[in-house]
Design a binder for this molecule. Structure first.
Ligand code: F6P
Length: 487
């Protein structure tokens, strides 16, 4: 209610690359899907609660003529509460801005996964053009001269400054959903100053962890002439003040009717064609080289070497949603994942047994929840991850207080979920030991750990994430309004 008072009458506009709903034309009509994206998982429930306008790239929604959609759609489909406004990009724009600069450049630049970033001038030019198109869309959608604009992620580093130039009184919140690297690593980017200047157009700049904030402030200190107030965590650049703060992202606590745990346990095993008592570990990721999927498979292999009694009685189900698949790096990764799964399955499997059940396909979120509720263990082995919401979703799905989370120390989530079995995914033996420990953990210990993590995720849910950010922004906004009145 505090938030409600603070924001009363304010206009909210969200900008992200990924759209919260994908409309597909099928033989039966238009089918609506939810994309696999941590960002969408987190921001969508907030938008449902606040309403306003969400501007996104109409990427997954086939081509606009066949789908015959307006640029604006009221969503969610069953209970519309906000407007989705799509920006349509040309093939070249999508290639240069999204695949090129954002995902071949900034993505590997910000994640330590030992994949070299690629920077091309042509991609950068598309990135600038597309950022300008989204900034123009914000300006066109704004009904007032001081909206609250929430810009999401590394696709739009330049948007805050571009919006600020046209709407100097806007309150601009930028949230960076991926890690921020140290100044040396970031310095590789040929357009590092431009990116930093773009981000410093924001009123409030959020990262998942204090460590990412520290890296960002040090990067600014290294490459730009600014005034940095460390205690207040503000950066003043050319008259604009940006507040830099950590806001660990989260999920909406599940509500409503779910199939019972016993039902999920049975039906998932039936679906997978395994026995009723078969032990299951579960991985759910986008098929991305940052997620440590190969290391996870290797840990399974090592565990089966060390504990042959588990052969035939245990499988890892790996759900891997295809992502960015036109990029070479992702295609190579996919074939390495398939090959490793095959090799391990050949080594330990038999005619009706596979230790690795690899599902390279999109699962809708209600399907994923059934798997969470059926698996004894959830394994998150990211080599580097801003937060990782799969870890939190698994915990939220286990109202029976059973199940164990194995979690990489290189995720933002590991800073909060201390009761998980925390591992270094590069250390295969350690991963194997943790997996075995998880599968054999006494019920009471499972319950203690799960209970502690559930209470944390329930309290620090995504409304809290958005609420803290919006409240901080609202205070900065009032301060600015008073200052403007005085002068
Ligand atoms: O949360 C990080 C992120 O890269 C988001 O920006 C993005 O929506 C999501 O992961 C999925 O990636 P993509 O949108 O490229 O499929």
């Amino acid at each position: 209610s505090l938030l409600h008072d603070e924001l009363a009458g304010d206009e909210i506009i969200v900008v992200s690359n990924r759209e919260p709903y994908i409309h597909h034309r099928t033989a039966e009509g238009v089918e609506v899907r939810r994309p696999a994206s941590g960002l969408v998982t987190a921001v969508e429930p907030v938008m449902r609660a606040c309403s306003g306008t969400w501007i996104a790239h109409g990427a997954g929604s086939a081509d606009r003529e066949t789908v015959d959609l307006n640029d604006r759609v009221a969503v969610p489909p069953k209970r519309p509460s906000y407007t989705l406004r799509r920006v349509w990009l040309s093939k070249e724009e999508e290639q240069g801005y999204y695949y090129g600069f954002a995902n071949e450049g900034l993505w590997p630049l910000c994640h330590i996964a030992h994949v070299r970033p690629v920077f091309r001038t042509a991609d950068w030019e598309y990135y600038v053009t597309v950022n300008q198109r989204f900034a123009d869309a914000v300006i066109a959608e704004a009904h007032t001269d001081d909206p609250i604009v929430l810009v999401q992620d590394y696709h739009f580093a330049l948007v805050p400054r571009m919006v600020r130039e046209k709407l100097p009184r806007a309150t601009i919140i930028m949230f960076w959903h991926i890690p921020w690297p140290n100044p040396e690593s970031f310095g590789i980017c040929p357009w590092r100053e431009e990116i930093l200047e773009g981000l410093l157009g924001s009123t409030l700049l959020g990262f998942h962890t204090p460590f990412h904030c520290k890296n960002f402030i040090e990067t600014v200190d290294r490459y730009l002439e600014t005034r940095i107030e460390h205690e207040a965590s503000t950066i003043t650049y050319g008259g604009d003040v940006t507040q830099v703060e950590p806001y660990p992202i989260s999920i909406a606590w599940p509500e409503g009717d779910l199939p019972s745990i016993a039902e999920c346990y049975r039906s998932v095993r039936h679906e997978l064609g395994v026995g009723e008592k078969h032990l299951l570990a579960l991985g759910v990721d986008r098929l991305d080289y940052t997620k440590g999927i190969l290391e996870r498979f290797q840990a399974v292999e090592r565990m089966l070497e060390m504990h042959p009694a588990l052969i035939g009685r245990f499988s890892l189900v790996q759900i891997a949603a295809p992502s960015r698949s036109s990029l070479d790096e992702y295609q190579n990764f996919e074939s390495r994942v398939r090959m490793l799964a095959q090799r391990i399955n050949k080594r330990f499997g038999s005619e009706n047994y596979e230790p690795i059940l690899l599902k390279i396909q999109h699962y809708e979120s209600d399907q994923v929840v059934r798997y969470y509720r059926a698996a004894e263990v959830c394994v998150v082995t990211s080599l580097h991850d801003g937060m990782n919401l799969v870890a939190k979703e698994y915990i939220a799905a286990r109202e029976d207080e059973r199940g164990v989370l194995v979690l990489s120390q290189f995720t933002g989530a590991a800073r909060e979920l201390h009761e998980a079995l925390i591992i270094n995914p590069y250390h295969i033996e350690q991963g194997a030991d943790a997996l075995y420990r998880a599968l054999t953990m006494p019920e009471l210990e499972q319950r203690d750990r799960m209970r502690a993590m559930r209470s944390l995720v329930r309290d620090f849910n995504v409304y809290r994430w958005a609420g803290r950010m919006l409240l901080d922004a609202a205070r900065l906004r009032r301060r600015e309004q008073i200052r403007a009145r005085i002068h």
